[in-house]
Design a protein around this ligand. Structure first.
Ligand SMILES: Cc1ncc(C[n+]2csc(CCOP(=O)(O)OP(=O)(O)O)c2C)c(N)n1
Ligand SMILES: [Mg+2]
Length: 338
């Protein structure tokens, strides 16, 4: 498979490149396995795969530090894995089992990890955008320099609540990075058919929010842009918009008839711009790894994913009594240091 030519930033260390390779491969293999389990009838409900978009979360997570937060839409498995959530717990949630992050009651779109500061998993298009600003508000209010990565799609970018959020985020200088994952489609609708101006990163101009477009298939470009945005937020300068140009190889969800684009279109992107192939090429051409080294990594990742699949099949279904738990907060949350 032809990968992109190594870029000027190819002097990234062996360790860093290897980590990106591992992290992106874990997401891809995990998602392929999720697709298989869905096909076998082991995953019910919705399942939106992230295959093709791996460089976005992996590059941005490389810029995060402890305390930083992330929130996204229903296309969320990659974000969970990239922030260090346990593949066993994520897969078991997909199969609706007790060992899942929401005890099997949330499924693909409704998982959370307080420990990893992952705040979902949201099925209503763009609903996570104001929530992301709220998370950033809490960081500011508590006097920290934490940032919140708020991910949403090109389709979601046409929702009104995004602009209400931009207004408040700019007014209060909230440390939020709005990450628009522009994969060119919203369900079966291409961006050309739904969006009057294609440059979504400029949509913050009216509010004074800087924005830029980034090659979301190049993990190094993503990381570089992420570092700039994070520095802006940590310095108290307010929100930042990153429009990641990316592509999803699979359908919108597992039940997508895929009639709105050709196989050739997908194949072309895979051949020309695949993010994992790009890093693989950098590792090989920079003599950081041999084919055998990469095979060993592939094997290790496969084992992690197979183990997750096994765990997700062996974990029992939640007890019926769980129907009545996790509905109301046990006690009224108090605002610390208020
Ligand atoms: C408020 C709302 N409207 C419509 C839907 C149905 N819907 C689910 S996903 C989606 C497309 C969103 O596309 P985009 O934001 O580009 O994200 P992507 O799926 O490409 O990651 C739509 C219209 C929904 N879930 N919520
Ligand atoms: Mg989209």
């Amino acid at each position: 498979m032809a990968a992109k030519k190594p870029t000027a930033k190819s002097n990234t260390s062996k360790e860093e490149l290897t980590q990106y390779y591992r992290d992106m491969l874990l997401i891809r293999r995990f998602e392929e396995k999720a697709g298989q389990l869905y096909g076998m009838g082991l995953i019910g409900g919705f399942c939106h795969l992230y295959i093709g978009q791996e460089a976005v979360v992996v590059g941005l997570e490389a810029t995060a530090k402890d305390g930083d937060k992330r929130i996204t839409s229903y296309r969320d498995h990659g974000h969970m894995l990239a922030c260090g959530m346990d593949p066993n717990g994520v897969m078991a949630e997909l199969t609706g089992r007790e060992g899942g992050y929401s005890k099997g009651k949330g499924g693909s779109m409704h998982m959370f990890s307080k420990e990893k500061e992952f705040y979902g998993g949201h099925g209503i298009v763009a609903a996570q955008v104001p929530l992301g600003a709220g998370l950033a508000f809490s960081s500011l209010y508590r006097g920290t320099d934490e940032v919140t990565f708020t991910y949403f799609g090109d389709g979601a970018a046409n929702q009104g609540q995004v602009y209400e959020t931009f207004n408040m985020a700019a007014l209060w200088k909230l440390p939020v990075i709005f990450v628009i994952e522009n994969n060119k489609y919203a369900m079966g609708t291409s961006q050309q058919r739904s969006t009057s101006s294609p440059d979504i990163h400029t949509r913050g101009e009216a509010f004074g929010i800087p924005g830029e477009t980034v090659d979301g298939m190049d993990v190094l470009a993503v990381k570089a842009a992420g570092e700039k945005a994070v520095a802006h937020c940590r310095a108290g300068k307010g929100p930042y918009i990153l429009e990641m140009m990316t592509y999803r190889y699979r359908g919108h969800s597992m039940s997508d008839p895929a009639k709105y684009r050709t196989r050739e279109e997908v194949q072309k992107v895979r051949e020309k711009s695949d993010a994992i192939e790009h890093v693989r090429e950098l590792l090989l051409s920079g003599k950081h790894a041999t084919e055998d080294d990469l095979k060993t990594i592939d094997k290790e990742i496969k084992e992690v994913v197979n183990q997750a699949a096994e765990f997700s099949r062996e974990s029992p279904e939640p007890d019926v009594s769980e129907l009545w738990t996790d509905i109301y907060a046990a006690e009224t949350p108090q605002i610390a240091d208020a």
